[in-house]
Design a protein around this ligand. Structure first.
Ligand code: UD1
Ligand code: UDP
Length: 386
């Protein structure tokens, strides 16, 4: 009988789920893999939206989320829950994704059980341990634990080598580009009724998202104030903001934008709706990590509502600009783009430094290779190559 490895994918939040879903599907299609899924459910509703969209039924669900949870809560609950799961299932390999608290804790739990860890989306760095917080520390610590490092881009791999990682680095592309290939459609009816009422030819839609912990407080208020001013000053625009379920975010968004007629505060969107909205909007303003990767490949200009980014590739390509967290600067940058077609055209060119839709295949191949089940490693992803 052919030898199989048991691979457990562990994730907990919406972005991890979106980026792990195509990988879970890829692993399930491999005869040499027994694929298991464990969710911490650090997010509940926002995670379940993704599991439904990709028809994934977890084998283990720790259901740890609490309202307005602290980092301590997530860490302790996830670590406790994962100990039992790992002892029972004893996978050969644990796959974690990115930089959330679930990511780091799952890697730590696997380390305590002496189980090999593969880190998907490895090597992103800002160099500032407090920004993004706590994500920069989560991903750095996960690098220390992991044996396999699936770096989306050559620059991410270079970051790892600079930190002294010598083995187990594979440049794979980002799995989010794999996910995008199955979600965006030319003809699409939204699940969210409000979105079906929008005439995307008549109104220029600005897709806004903001949720980062390090922006809580003044920076977040500045972002909300900027959105209000842009809605008032730019001609023919509609701001659509699917509001994250964090109580702080919801309260503040409602306070600043709840009464503005051309701002729609809507519930978090399912991933199909989100990707298809992105494909139809004029401009994206976001502090999200994943959206900075998705929008450029759909030819949508992005203003990043942060002081730094761990994703410099699309900035260098001209598709993404850093707008910071000061109201004046954000408003100025948005109006420049909306009122100046030449500036807009410069940014609205589809660039795809993050992947070619084959990341999951490379990751599965690399995992099998590392267990001696394939004779050669996958060829690295090269941006621009087809
Ligand atoms: C988390 C990650 C962050 C990631 C983000 C993606 C950490 C520390 N943070 O931040 O890296 O960018 O997810 O969205 O790992 N809530 C719900 N239902 C949900 C999801 C959240 O009600 O489905 C509410 C709860 O009150 C929860 C709060 O939002 O306590 C915050 O969730 P949490 O996962 O702690 O932080 P995020 O800001 O979502
Ligand atoms: N997203 C979604 N619905 C929403 C907002 C975001 O499906 O209402 C998707 C988005 O397209 C991207 C991912 O969620 O794939 C990004 O998640 P988020 O911004 O919460 O986290 P980050 O990427 O910043 O960690």
């Amino acid at each position: 009988m052919e030898r199989k490895i048991k691979v457990m994918s562990i994730f907990g939040t919406r972005p991890e789920a979106i980026k792990m879903a195509p990988l879970v599907q890829e692993l399930e299609s491999r005869e040499q893999v027994e694929s298991l899924v464990c969710v911490t459910a650090q997010h509940r509703e926002m995670l379940d939206q993704v599991l439904d969209a990709f028809s994934i039924q977890p084998d283990y669900d720790l259901d740890i989320m609490a309202p307005a949870q602290t980092l301590m809560h997530i860490t302790v609950k996830a670590l406790e829950g994962l100990a039992g799961v790992l002892q029972q299932a004893r996978p050969d390999l644990v796959l974690v994704h990115g930089d959330t608290s679930t990511t780091f804790v799952a890697a730590l739990a696997a380390f305590y059980e002496k189980i090999k860890v593969g880190h998907v989306e490895a090597g992103l760095r800002t160099g500032d341990r407090y920004s993004p917080f706590p994500e920069e520390m989560n991903r750095t610590l996960t690098t220390d634990i992991a044996a396999l490092h699936f770096a989306p881009t050559p620059a991410n791999a270079a970051n790892l080598r600079r930190e002294g990682v010598e083995q187990g680095i594979y440049v794979t592309g980002n799995t989010v580009i794999d996910a995008l290939t199955s979600t965006v459609r030319p003809q699409y009816t939204f699940d969210c009724p409000r979105l079906n009422q929008i005439d995307f030819q008549k109104e220029r839609v600005i897709l806004l998202t903001a949720h980062r912990r390090e922006n809580y407080g003044q920076p977040f208020e500045h972002i909300m104030e900027a959105a209000k001013q842009i809605a008032a000053q730019a001609e023919g625009v509609r701001v659509v903001y699917p509001v994250h379920l964090s109580p702080y975010v919801r309260q503040t968004a409602q306070q600043y934008l709840g009464q503005v007629p051309n701002v729609d505060l809507i519930e978090p969107l399912g991933v199909m709706d989100m990707h298809n909205l992105m494909a139809r909007c004029a401009l994206v303003m976001t502090d999200s990590g994943g959206i900075q990767e998705e929008a450029p490949s759909l030819g949508k200009p992005v203003l990043v509502l942060r002081r730094e980014t761990e994703r410099p590739e699309a900035v260098a390509a001209g598709a993404v600009r850093m707008a910071g967290v000061e109201s004046d600067q954000i408003v100025r940058q948005a109006l420049t783009l909306l009122e100046n077609p030449a500036e807009y055209a410069k940014m609205a060119q589809a660039v795809n430094p993050y992947g070619d839709g084959r990341a999951c295949r490379r990751i599965a191949d690399a995992a099998l290779y590392s267990f001696g089940l394939l004779p050669a490693p996958p060829a690295d992803f090269e941006a621009g190559a087809r």
